[in-house]
Design a protein around this ligand. Structure first.
Ligand SMILES: NC(=O)c1ccc[n+]([C@@H]2O[C@H](COP(=O)([O-])OP(=O)(O)OC[C@H]3O[C@@H](n4cnc5c(N)ncnc54)[C@H](O)[C@@H]3O)[C@@H](O)[C@H]2O)c1
Length: 332
């Protein structure tokens, strides 16, 4: 494999929530590699309370002191106006936007049956609506220039599950769906879209309510068996940044993907469909038929990863041909 340096000279990147944690690391490393950066950060607490210009200013100062180019932006991603202003800042200062890392985030944990509207709305607004509010204007600019690299920040909480994070998990899983559609709509404009599932020890860890451990035995068992990482670098934002940067580089052609960077492992995460059981007469299928074919429904030895709704139909037709060769022959 080529180890040619991956550079971002001449590229403009917006990193939301770049005042601390993962976003800060992405912004610093992109700048080191030549990109011009819009360092966006609202500067509130991990739960999303308050505002401050200090975190974004500090990252801009750090970039500039090493000879890089960056401007600060303090708008909230959680409003349409804020999203527009973030993208306008990039266009006015640097003439466009080539890269968007949608990363800003907050946490508000609670039991599923006790989550309040305030907890649900705040988390959806920052993570899910924020990705639309910054993503839509950025996508418009990218379409005009026929170039773009978009990275949404999903989470293993959303794709795999984490107790007491139903609001956060739903928003993060929603981002996987959003990224899939942006990837399809961006394909003809040379715009890629992927979603990252990072893991890093940041201040968001302070927002986790560990009360779930007493109530969710199965997950607590896994938690208890985890080997504490002997090397803190395995959970540092530094360890996540290389995959994030590769995904927004010109060299990376991958799109429509989910990728995990956690504890030193870099992996593709995917959603597949088993070959399943294909009925010869779907209009006559009964509940008992489903029960009788349950093993086949669940059997994961053979699966596909459909690229769209219509690719899933093609996969189904393929499965039908395999399971009902006589019927398929008669039709052909
Ligand atoms: N740390 C992890 O293990 C982990 C795991 C999965 C996903 N994530 C996701 O990674 C992203 C970064 O999180 P982090 O761990 O670096 O946390 P962090 O708290 O260090 O960084 C998040 C940043 O987003 C900013 N922010 C929050 N609301 C904002 C808003 N409305 N507008 C603009 N900026 C806003 C905050 O001020 C903060 O600087 C988040 O989306 C988070 O959900 C993190």
């Amino acid at each position: 494999m080529s180890k040619a340096p991956i550079r971002f000279d001449g590229r403009t990147a917006i990193v939301t929530g770049a005042g601390s944690g993962l976003g800060r690391e992405y912004a610093l490393e992109l700048a080191r590699r030549g990109a011009r950066i819009v360092v966006n950060d609202l500067g509130g607490s991990g739960a999303g309370d308050g505002t401050s210009t200090a975190p974004a200013d500090a990252v801009v100062a750090e970039i500039q002191s090493s000879g890089g180019t960056a401007i600060a932006n303090y708008d909230s991603v959680a409003t349409r106006d804020g999203g527009e202003r973030i993208v306008r800042a990039a266009v006015e200062a640097f003439g466009g936007v080539d890269i968007l890392i949608s990363n800003a985030g907050i946490l508000r944990n609670g039991r599923f049956d006790e989550l309040t509207d305030a907890q649900i709305d705040a988390v959806f607004s920052v993570h899910l609506k924020g990705a639309f509010y910054v993503g839509q204007p950025a996508f418009k600019v990218m379409k005009q220039k026929r170039y773009g690299r978009i990275l949404f920040t999903a989470s293993s909480s959303g794709l795999f599950g984490h107790p007491w994070q139903a609001n956060y998990a739903a928003a993060k899983a929603g981002l996987a769906g959003l990224s899939n559609v942006v990837a399809l709509e961006g394909a003809d404009f040379n715009i890629t879209s992927n979603a990252l599932l990072p893991a890093a020890w940041t201040r968001l860890a302070d927002e986790i309510d560990w009360g779930w451990r007493a109530e969710c035995a199965q997950v607590d068992d896994a938690f208890a068996k985890m080997t504490p990482p002997s090397d803190p670098a395995r959970l540092s934002p530094r360890s996540v940044a290389p995959l994030a940067l590769f995904l927004v580089s010109e060299q990376c052609r991958a799109t429509h993907g989910l990728y995990s960077a956690a504890h030193g492992r870099y992996a593709r995460v995917f959603i597949g469909a088993t070959q399943g059981w294909v009925s010869a007469e779907p209009s006559k299928v009964t509940v008992e038929d489903i029960a009788a074919h349950w093993e086949r429904v669940e059997e994961r030895a053979s699966f596909t990863e459909p690229l769209s709704v219509y690719h899933e139909v093609l996969d189904t037709e393929q499965a039908r041909r395999q399971q009902h060769p006589a019927e398929s022959k008669a039709r052909d």
